[in-house]
Design a protein around this ligand. Structure first.
Ligand SMILES: *Cc1c(COP(=O)(O)O)cnc(C)c1O
Length: 427
């Protein structure tokens, strides 16, 4: 029985999808109390990225150079039917996985990293800088920088820098400079280190470090999630999945995925949701999940907040648990960001996207079941989507009607086996 739907490379979609013109109401604008933050953004972001941030163009053309790199790093990724998981759940759901684990860096993040770095290079940037937590985004930016021949400086959350060296080695393999954050290279980092030389760091702190470093050294900063432009660059995944679901002769009833900052889920869901928003009738269910250790999806408040701890960037209206939030140290997964992308927050607020949070033990239990029955190890982040499939399967059984679920399989866990070993207690 067929389990895999491949799109030939010559049929790769040639456009991204931008949801801004299709939102049910205009997106609240960024808030800049001091008037300085927008200035900073203009200096540190590639101008084309800033232009896309506010663009109303629905289907922008993907530049040839980016399409070429997409194909080099493994696109189009396959759509996989998880028949063994279907069996395990009692055959009440058809499960389709969009395999973003099949890119060279092992997650969806390369999809936008290539675009950001390309636009920075186009403008003649000396280098690109960015932040990374578990290392997925840093690895993607490092690869994109290598492919476009630009220097990369990656500010990596200090605890991960030392505790999770393998993705750091991957970045170094691509010749990126990786710095533990808080960093000695920025005034903000130095200030934090003076107060506490053992400051563990956080994503919010690393963002401030990376932005300040770009600002002070005339580099360009690349944003890894949350913002409209980044989500749009990643929609190549959803654009491909639309064609592949047609190849499979199926139309999803549910589209699900996990949320760090929101770009992974949005990149798969938005091209499908856009069609429904324009038709005025929403038939599908959209469910996104986060981690209960960083419970922004279910306990966040919809308000203006800073995207970074150093409060350098303009405030955005989003579901947030506060920019100063530091996740508990037991938490191993990468869904640590304190807030949800503004477009996704708006859709949650309108009741169009439902949300869940799952604790690490539940997610990791499902990661193990998935590995055992399907044979492929999901990333710890990705495993937070698996309990939603179980919920849908149980409900379908009660209602006596088979459902089709499309899942963003955001990454593999082969570099996260240390986390799994610790939490699942391998000897
Ligand atoms: C970063 C990451 C996520 C979360 O992505 P966002 O775009 O920030 O929501 C999910 N899964 C994997 C494997 C990741 O690396």
């Amino acid at each position: 029985m067929i389990t895999r739907y491949d799109l030939p490379q010559d049929q790769i979609p040639k456009t991204w999808y931008n949801i801004l013109p299709d939102l049910p109401e205009p997106l609240p604008t960024p808030m800049d109390e001091t008037g300085r933050s927008m200035e900073i953004l203009k200096q540190v972001l590639p101008s084309k990225v800033l232009e896309y941030e506010f663009s109303q163009e629905r289907y922008p053309k993907i530049p040839e150079e980016i399409l070429d790199r997409y194909m080099q790093i493994g696109r189009p990724t396959p759509l996989i039917r998880a028949r063994k998981l279907e069996d395990y759940l009692g055959n009440t759901v058809k499960i389709f996985l969009k395999m973003e684990s099949h890119t060279y860096t092992g997650s969806h993040k390369i999809n936008s990293a290539l675009a950001h770095v390309y636009f920075a290079k186009e403008e003649g940037a000396n280098f690109v800088s960015t932040e990374t937590g578990a290392g997925q985004w840093g690895a993607a930016v490092s690869l994109a920088a290598a492919l476009f021949k630009v220097k990369a400086h990656v500010f990596m959350v200090r605890t991960s820098y030392f505790a999770k060296p393998y993705r750091r080695y991957l970045m170094q393999m691509y010749r990126a400079d990786v710095h533990p954050s808080p960093s000695e290279f920025t005034p903000y980092g130095r200030e934090l280190l003076e107060k506490d030389p053992n400051n563990p760091g956080s994503l919010g702190i690393a963002i401030t470090d990376a932005v300040r470093f770009a600002l002070e050294n005339r580099g360009k900063y690349v944003v890894g999630s949350v913002v409209n432009s980044d989500i749009m660059f990643k929609t190549i995944a959803g654009q491909e999945a639309k064609v592949q679901m047609e190849m499979a002769g199926e139309n999803p009833d549910y589209i699900i995925g996990v949320v760090g900052g929101g770009s992974n889920y949005a990149a798969l869901a938005y091209p499908f949701l856009g069609d429904e928003l324009r038709s005025g009738k929403i038939r599908r269910k959209y469910i996104a999940s986060g981690s209960l250790e960083v419970p922004k999806m279910t306990q966040g408040v919809y308000r203006y907040d800073y995207p970074d701890s150093g409060k350098v960037l303009p405030q955005l209206k989003m579901y947030t648990i506060g920019s100063q939030f530091i996740p508990p140290p037991v938490y191993a997964g990468g869904l640590r960001y304190h807030a949800v992308a503004p477009t996704l927050s708006l859709l949650m607020n309108k009741g169009i996207v439902e949300s869940r949070d799952y604790d690490q033990d539940t997610a990791f239990k499902w990661a193990r079941i998935f590995s055992e029955v399907e044979g492929w190890v999901p990333a710890p982040e990705t495993s937070h989507a698996l309990p939603i499939i179980k919920e849908i399967a149980d409900q379908a059984r009660e209602e006596g009607e088979k459902k089709t679920v499309l899942v963003s399989f955001s990454g593999h866990g082969l570099l996260d086996l240390g986390n799994y070993a610790e939490v699942l207690g391998f000897k």
